[in-house]
Design a protein around this ligand. Structure first.
Ligand SMILES: C[S@@+](CC[C@H](N)C(=O)[O-])C[C@H]1O[C@@H](n2cnc3c(N)ncnc32)[C@H](O)[C@@H]1O
Length: 277
């Protein structure tokens, strides 16, 4: 039994190192060209909390290694941008719902290259869980233009112009396949959250992970999926610290629905809470 525990731990540790690409760090050292809109540089200043103007998304110095591990920098080739601490948190949440038999599937809304959902599938695999699915929800075309009539808080968002965030469904499936984890337990929901989530054939969730950046994407996810989260399940929000509009959506949804469970910090941006009732 001890040996099985060890190999589980070793597999999941190696998965995390691969998913954030600690394995071939030199592949992350390629400078990315500036975008015409200067979008990447502006986002870098937000993510790196660098109002002075030297923030960069591209990785060009060995010091950037730390930024990647902390999920502050968009990686060049790694399959997730969320960094090690947020992967550790996800592992904790999935292990808890397995151990405590909290019923339901796992979902991430906003998957980019798929790395975080690949890790969800890996944890199920490591524990031999065959009766839970991993839902992979994304437009696979990047973020939507802001719907300012419905969500005025998104008025300033130009994330839809970031073509780096548009990763096709085929590419994400290929990434799952590279880890040997593309199978029937993985389900894809392609389209805008406002269209896919209200009719998604998801019955019950044990882990709900949000990484859609915008107010609207965050609110559309919470409205449609939070009621499906089991008691004892976990909600994780990737952008709570980094993106004020996302934080506002979470706070608005919590106060509108009387949610008072304590918010726990994961790192400089990620938070989570356990659903109590
Ligand atoms: C920051 S990336 C996600 C990063 C990812 N979780 C990871 O592990 O690296 C945001 C993703 O959310 C998706 N997205 C944001 N808002 C969306 C919406 N309203 N509908 C569909 N996809 C959306 C984008 O296409 C993009 O892939």
């Amino acid at each position: 039994m001890e040996k099985l525990e060890d190999s589980r731990h070793l597999y999941l540790d190696l998965m995390k190192r691969c998913l954030v690409n600690m394995i071939y760090p030199q592949a992350e050292e390629v400078p990315l060209p500036a975008t015409a809109t200067g979008f990447r540089d502006r986002l870098a200043r937000v993510l790196l909390k660098d109002e002075g103007g030297s923030g960069r998304i591209s990785a060009t110095q060995s010091g950037d290694h730390l930024g990647r591990m902390e999920g502050r920098i968009w990686p060049v080739v790694a399959h997730t941008m969320i960094g090690l601490k947020r992967l550790d948190n996800l592992e904790f949440c999935v292990e808890q719902v397995i151990a405590k038999e909290v019923s339901g599937d796992l979902i991430e809304t906003g998957v980019w290259r798929g790395g975080t959902t690949i890790f969800m599938r890996a944890v199920l695999k490591a524990y031999g869980v065959t009766d839970r699915r991993v839902w992979v929800a994304d437009s696979f075309e990047g973020l939507p233009p802001p719907d300012t009539a419905k969500y005025p808080r998104d008025a300033d968002s130009d994330l839809h112009k970031a073509r780096e965030l548009a990763v096709s469904l085929e590419e994400v499936k290929t990434n799952f396949d590279r880890y040997g984890l593309l199978d029937d337990q993985v389900r894809f929901l392609k389209g805008w959250f406002r269209d896919t989530l209200p009719i998604a054939p998801v019955e019950r969730l044990a882990v709900l992970r949000l990484d859609g950046d915008m107010y609207g994407s965050t609110m559309d996810t919470l409205v449609n999926l939070y009621p499906k989260l089991s008691k004892g399940g976990y909600v994780i929000v990737d952008d709570y610290g980094a993106i004020p509009a996302c934080r506002q959506a979470v706070n608005d949804y919590r106060s509108a629905n009387g949610i008072s469970e304590e918010i726990c910090e994961i790192d400089w941006t990620g938070i989570f809470w356990q659903k109590g009732n």
